[in-house]
Design a protein around this ligand. Structure first.
Ligand code: MG
Length: 162
């Protein structure tokens, strides 16, 4: 078994669409980033990459790569999962905490679990998503950005085909 941890932060700004966990959430602001800014997918990717000792998302998908500008982060997660399979691992489960004063995560939890599960070839019941408002404290609590903490558990072995 291997466990990995991931963390990411993106700034919330006007004039951007909000993508979180591979779905678009209607909101007055979106996450700034070289990609679509999907901070939840990025943290999950880093957790998975950490578990298989493959560096981090910035190494595999540098923000200096113009071909990645505006990329749908779902495509990044698909490529991370290809790496998982290539190295002979299988994803067991992922769990994430989304620290966001806004928007509320709970109404979108099931849609995110299903979307991320389909991208990763994982039962939605193996995808944990929890929202935290942080009681209005800090940059996340003030709605200036969103932070995500994620962990991933993987196993190595025969017949691994996540
Ligand atoms: Mg990021």
């Amino acid at each position: 078994m291997r466990v990995g941890i991931g963390y990411d932060v993106h700034r919330l700004v006007e004039g951007r669409r909000l993508f979180l966990g591979g779905i678009e959430i209607p909101h007055g602001k979106g996450l700034l980033g070289h990609s679509d800014g999907d901070v939840l997918i990025h943290a999950i990717c880093d957790a998975i990459l950490g578990a298989i000792s493959e560096g981090d998302i910035g190494f595999h998908f540098p923000d200096t790569d113009e071909s990645l500008r505006g990329i749908d982060s779902s495509r990044i997660l698909v490529r991370v999962m290809e790496l998982v399979r290539h190295k002979g691992f299988r994803l067991v489960n992922v769990d994430a905490v989304v620290a966001a004063g806004e928007p509320r995560i709970a109404p979108y939890r099931q849609a995110v679990k299903e979307r991320l599960g389909s991208i990763m070839g994982l039962d939605p019941e193996r995808v944990g998503i929890k929202g935290k408002t942080t009681e209005g404290l800090g940059f996340a609590g003030r709605g200036e950005g969103i932070a995500v903490y994620a962990v991933a558990l993987l196993e190595e072995g025969e017949g691994c085909s996540a």
